[in-house]
Unconditional design. Structure first.
Length: 318
């Protein structure tokens, strides 16, 4: 706890500042948290704060996501219909296939294409680490994994700001914007940040769709394990926070959570998510994203644009 406290306190101080600015100036609290956090990026490598920042961005984020189940019911999920499930399945499969083809065309290995495409299609940095664990060993695997984590985190940060503006300009309603945000942004935290920056309804829809993608990560990793014949020690961990989210959602749908407790859970969730966004902002270096070379960056960027364009086209057409 002594090692975690400085970084955790820093993230919550940024969250408090962002909340104050949001309440007084009317701008999205998530955006304020992100921008203030990025201004403090120099603290990401400070040994006194690094552990707590990472703990907030990963562990406390998952607690915040799990507690979001207290504000959603199965009735709301049913209102989304089958469209989000079909959208996620089609986009995930097509993005991975496109990423493998793109890597081959640009002279990269199939493993790099799978690593980047899987991260873009599923859930960003978490998917990168899970996929990397089951890829065949190579001299560049660790370097490619680090690049992918940095790239998808940076692009998720950009998408968190730009996608809500873009989708609103196209003319989508708030629920559709939330579905698109959940289907196209890489990391969970940025999905939540972008969704709730639009509205509570968009944030709920974005979270649900994003959790559909997260739930598919073990399936993709298992298929990959079978393909590369690396069964031992290659399983991806089940996202526990997603399971807890569903349990809380079920309890809330059945009115098993008292009103006061439900309100407290929602409030705690909000603070944890704002703090997690602040921590991710502190950790994000857009400059580091380009250190892997223009070819690597172009592949991840192209995959990201492909996913966003495909999801948008599918919703426009169908």
């Amino acid at each position: 706890m002594r090692g975690l406290t400085p970084g955790v306190v820093l993230a919550f101080v940024v969250a408090a500042a962002a909340t104050f600015l949001s309440e007084h100036y009317g701008a999205p609290v998530m955006l304020f948290a992100l921008l203030i956090g990025m201004a403090l990026h120099f603290l990401a490598t400070d040994p006194r704060a690094a552990a707590g920042i990472d703990f907030t961005a990963k562990r406390l984020l998952r607690v915040g996501i799990a507690l979001l189940g207290a504000r959603i019911t199965f009735g709301q999920v049913a209102e989304l219909g089958a469209t989000p499930i079909a959208l996620v399945l089609v986009c995930l499969t097509a993005t991975i296939a496109f990423g493998l083809l793109l890597a081959r065309v640009m002279g990269r290995s199939w493993s790099f294409g799978m690593l980047t495409a899987g991260s873009v299609a599923i859930c960003g940095a978490s998917a990168a680490l899970a996929i990397s664990a089951v890829l065949p060993h190579s001299e560049t695997r660790e370097r490619d994994t680090l690049f992918t984590v940095v790239a998808v985190t940076g692009l998720s940060t950009i998408a968190m700001v730009l996608y809500p503006i873009l989708f609103a300009a196209i003319g989508f309603d708030e629920i559709t914007i939330g579905i698109l945000l959940g289907a196209t942004i890489h990391d969970v935290a940025q999905v939540v940040g972008a969704g709730y920056a639009v509205s509570a309804e968009a944030g709920d829809a974005a979270t649900l769709v994003k959790l559909l993608r997260v739930a598919l990560m073990p399936v993709v990793v298992l298929v990959l394990v079978l393909l590369v014949s690396r069964r031992s020690g290659a399983r991806a961990p089940m996202p526990v926070f997603a399971l807890v989210f569903v349990l809380i959602l079920a309890a809330n749908s059945l009115d098993l959570i008292p009103g006061l407790l439900q309100a407290v859970m929602v409030d705690v969730s909000r603070w944890l998510l704002v703090a997690a966004i602040a921590a991710l902002g502190i950790k994000t270096s857009l400059q580091a994203m380009f250190e892997g070379g223009p070819g690597h960056t172009l592949i991840v960027l192209t995959q990201t644009v492909f996913l966003a364009a495909l999801a948008t086209a599918l919703l426009v057409l169908f």
